[in-house]
Design a binder for this molecule. Structure first.
Ligand SMILES: Nc1nc2c(ncn2[C@@H]2O[C@H](COP(=O)(O)OP(=O)(O)OP(=O)(O)O)[C@@H](O)[C@H]2O)c(=O)[nH]1
Ligand SMILES: [Mg+2]
Length: 312
């Protein structure tokens, strides 16, 4: 199982790895030494991989310091190993998974938010399957009442995952749907309630207001709800994800991020930038369109997959 997950992560991040690891090898290999020019080039490579300006600068400074102390010979394998060590160290002990086996509350209510097309509904399908597999009774609430196709799409995912869904009419008040769904979840002794929301409304202000309203009506049913508010971000949009995360976090308190589409991008470094620059943990990553293509974010495994195998 773990081997398969690693394979999936490895293949998902292959574009990021090719763009980053190969370029590092080229830059350092051709220079022969880890001098200032090489460090500058390395910084550019990191920025291209979307680890973020601040992160790239910090990494280079660390590399410069360590290189000095350790009398660096300027070999690309050494740089790779150091970079890997540093990236992993940067995120040390910050893995924060969702609770899967032991739920701290019941129904454990997960609100899923994000702009349109980032992968909210797909993530919910995958997440529902994961909880169902762990033996939990799952209910999905369709609070995207804005888009006509939203409910049928969610129904398909619920069916694939083998879980129940609370349907809503198009145009219904999403906050009312959320309220009823949590009521139903309590009555049916559901373990996990996952709430899908709209990604697009007439304006961004409307969207944020709607999310606040949904939160309030969940809290009316259960003062602890939502227990998780997950912001879904599309990794292929790179630095844009940072702005989106900031905007959503201002409007509504986020407990975690889900980074999707890591299989189709060379911008995987954004996972590290998000953690460092926003302090909100990436909890899950999407590495494909299938039901099983969702994984907990583990920084060490991620960095290994992003930078490639340990240099020999
Ligand atoms: N390659 C890849 N595609 C993904 C992933 N997650 C979602 N997608 C695709 O992204 C597209 C949009 O996904 P949705 O789940 O509909 O996104 P959404 O956020 O619910 O969109 P709206 O409801 O319109 O706001 C679909 O074509 C998905 O198959 C992923 O991890 N990898
Ligand atoms: Mg959707």
């Amino acid at each position: 199982m773990l081997g398969r997950l690693l394979d999936k992560l490895n293949s998902g991040l292959s574009k990021t790895r090719e763009a980053l690891a190969d370029k590092i090898a080229t830059v350092v290999g051709s220079g022969g030494r880890l001098d200032e020019d090489t460090l500058e080039e390395l910084e550019a490579v990191l920025i291209q991989a979307d680890v973020g300006m601040e992160t790239a600068a910090a990494l280079i400074e660390e590399l410069r310091q360590r290189a000095r102390q350790q009398r660096f010979k300027g070999n690309s394998n050494e740089v790779m190993a150091l970079l890997k060590e540093h990236l992993a160290g940067m995120l040390e002990s910050q893995d924060q998974d969702l609770p899967f086996a032991e739920l701290p509350a019941r129904p454990y209510t997960i609100l899923v938010v994000g702009v349109n097309g980032v992968g909210k509904t797909t993530t919910i399908g995958k997440l529902a399957k994961r909880y169902a597999e762990d033996g939990h009774k799952v209910l999905i609430a369709a609070c995207d009442t804005f888009r006509a196709a939203a409910v049928p799409q969610l129904e398909i995912w619920a069916e694939r995952a083998g879980v129940e869904i609370v349907r809503a009419q198009q145009g219904a008040d999403p906050a009312a749907v959320a309220f009823d769904a949590l009521g139903a979840a309590k009555a049916r002794e559901v373990d996990v309630l996952i709430v899908d929301t709209a990604g697009r409304l007439h304006t961004k202000v409307n969207l944020m207001e709607e999310l606040k309203k949904i939160r309030r009506s969940l809290a009316k049913q259960d003062p602890g709800a939502p227990h998780e508010t997950l912001l879904v971000l599309d990794a292929t949009t790179g630095q844009n994800t940072l702005n989106q995360a900031r905007q959503f976090h201002e409007a509504t308190e986020l407990t975690g991020l889900v980074l999707t589409k890591l299989d189709g991008t060379a911008k995987g470094g954004i996972a590290l930038a998000l953690r460092r620059e926003l302090g909100i943990p990436v909890k899950l990553i999407g590495v494909g369109e299938g039901l099983d293509d969702l994984q907990p974010f583990e920084h060490r495994t991620f960095v290994e997959a992003m930078l490639g195998a340990e240099p020999s």
